[in-house]
Design a binder for this molecule. Structure first.
Ligand code: SF4
Ligand code: SF4
Length: 85
């Protein structure tokens, strides 16, 4: 069993075609860098960047799994078009 995504972000998925209705936004103040979202994102689009984890919105499908699974609720799903986040 590989530890973490078996490919770097953007390799196994198709670019978002514009149908995403909500996008995940990470609150860097709350994030503990536990890596859970990075491990569980089905599209492998979360990158362990600095200063905190970042999401490649070109490939994120907006499924919300990362926000659901974040143990400290550091990820909020924001409606596309909203300026919040
Ligand atoms: S699951 Fe939440 S706390 Fe863990 S790395 Fe992701 S955003 Fe940070
Ligand atoms: S919303 Fe889904 S596809 Fe987008 S980063 Fe979170 S888990 Fe990955």
């Amino acid at each position: 069993m590989p530890l973490g995504p078996s490919a770097v972000a953007g390799v196994l998925v198709e670019a978002n075609a514009g149908w995403r209705t909500f996008r995940p936004v990470i609150n860097g103040e709350k994030c503990t860098r536990c890596q859970r979202c990075w491990l569980l994102c089905p599209d492998g689009v979360i990158e362990r960047g600095e200063p905190y984890f970042q999401i490649d919105y070109n490939f994120c499908k907006g499924c919300g799994l990362c926000a659901y699974e974040c143990p400290v609720k550091a990820i909020t799903m924001v409606k596309e078009g909203d300026s919040n986040g």
